[in-house]
Design a binder for this molecule. Structure first.
Ligand SMILES: [Zn+2]
Length: 449
């Protein structure tokens, strides 16, 4: 396969009339500038494909449903969670796969080429293991394979109902009671990822409140799997922080810094509520933070201290988590606007680096996001790595902009109408990719609600 782009963003800057060739697996074999050999002409501007570093695919089915309430009632994260549990208890493996398939098509449509699936809906509706303990994980791999997206599947260890508490009835589909239970789930799931070239595996713990703390330490630093990413929800809600202090005497991130040797393979999801020393501690450890601005806003989590984190050298990626929003550009601008609104400043992302806000945001979300997928590559496009790109039409404002303003125009005012297509592992998908699946998805939504 061979594609020519009018412009293409590399880490060091813009390139014109670039032709990229790749083999059957999507591995780039040649990159030629100002080439006459056109290949398949893609009339547009190419960016590296977006990395969606945090997803719970089934929650896509409930977008909007937790927004209608009786008058004068209060609602927060914990009441939202009741709605989510209600949904989780109803889905068959087929429903689950249908929802994930629709979601992954939508992700590709929005320019995501990779998703890290934080997967904890493991067992059947009675809480019993499926004959194949990795059944639900295999459904996610199948959804990814059908749509073409790359998936990093993270089978999540979920053991407790809260700090020192047994799991509740509503959590029965999530639970691995012991280390052995979880290991069996993990190893079967890891084996299943081998069936699809676009899949790989990572480790994950739901949160400190969900697994016995000695097991968190063991899993994080002493298991055999020290060469794959480790994901964990942390410090998302104030109640969780307070419960952690009551139980351990430490805040969640403080506990992690004291008890776990963190490094760049750790991906702390949300990390919303932090003290100054926790901010510095994460940055110094090399661990990444995964921010999910549209979901965090929707759930009323709070605002991550991004300005201080970046000043300490902290690295972050983005995820769409509950999928209330699926536009990566919106995630980036929402993240920035939270900071601007509370600091009364602009140029939040890049004030200490290049000053180019849009390019910085794309670089951080791309490179840190790749780490969440166990991909250490630093170049956006290079010979030997796979061709994953999102292409935007060179029209409207983008057609009029000088190079240095293109990324920021896109990040702050782009929407899906500008998406000309997404290339995943060398295959080009236009915006109507997967449209035929929608009817099936609607049927499932109507059935389960
Ligand atoms: Zn999450």
């Amino acid at each position: 396969m061979r594609y020519t782009f009018k412009k293409l963003l590399q880490k060091e800057g813009w390139k014109e009339n670039i032709t990229i060739s790749c083999d059957e697996d999507g591995v780039i074999t040649e990159i030629v500038e100002n080439s006459n050999d056109k290949g398949q002409q893609i009339d547009g501007i190419a960016f590296p494909g977006f990395q969606n570093a945090h997803s719970h695919s089934f929650q896509y089915a409930m977008c909007g449903l937790a927004e209608v309430h009786p008058v004068h009632t209060q609602d927060d994260f914990w009441s939202w969670r009741e709605n989510m549990y209600h949904l989780a208890l109803r889905l068959s493996p087929d429903d689950f796969e249908t929802i994930a398939t629709q979601l992954y098509y939508e992700m590709i449509r929005h320019g995501y080429t990779h998703v890290a699936e934080f997967h904890y809906l493991h067992h059947d509706i009675s809480g019993n293991k499926y004959n194949n303990i990795a059944e639900m994980g295999e459904r996610l791999i199948s959804a990814a394979q059908k749509t073409g997206i790359n998936i990093t599947l993270i089978p999540i260890f979920y053991q407790k109902g809260g700090f020192g508490m047994p799991p509740t009835e509503k959590q029965k589909r999530f639970i691995s009671f012991s280390e052995e239970d979880y290991l069996e789930l993990f190893e079967k799931t890891a084996k299943a990822t081998k069936k699809y070239k676009g899949a790989n595996i990572a480790l994950g713990i739901h949160s400190l409140r969900a697994v016995e703390l000695p097991l968190v330490q063991l899993m994080a630093n002493h298991w055999d799997y020290q060469n794959i990413p480790f994901h964990i929800h942390i410090s998302e809600q104030l109640k969780e922080v307070n419960d952690c202090i009551d139980y351990t005497g430490k805040r969640p991130v403080e506990w992690m810094l004291d008890h776990v040797e963190m490094s760049q393979r750790f991906h702390l999801v949300h990390a919303t509520h932090l003290t100054e020393s926790e901010v510095k501690g994460i940055a110094q450890s090399g661990a990444h933070v995964v921010l999910c601005p549209s979901t965090e806003g929707n759930l009323g989590d709070g605002i991550f201290p991004l300005i201080d984190f970046q000043k300490s050298g902290g690295k972050w990626s983005i995820g769409t988590d509950s999928h209330i929003g699926l536009n990566p550009l919106e995630e980036l601008r929402t993240l920035d606007y939270g900071q601007r609104l509370t600091s009364h400043k602009r140029n939040i992302f890049a004030s200490d680096t290049t000053g180019n806000t849009g390019e910085f945001a794309i670089q951080m979300a791309t490179l840190s996001g790749r780490k969440a997928m166990n991909d250490d590559s630093e170049e956006y496009f290079s010979v030997g790595s796979k061709l994953n790109a999102v292409v935007y039409y060179e029209k409207e404002k983008l057609a009029a902009r000088k190079d240095e303003f293109i990324a920021s125009t896109l990040v702050y005012s782009g929407d899906i109408r500008w998406n000309a297509g997404t290339i995943v592992n060398g295959r080009f998908y236009n915006p109507s990719h997967g449209e035929e699946h929608e009817e099936k998805f609607i049927k499932v939504l109507k059935k389960i609600m």
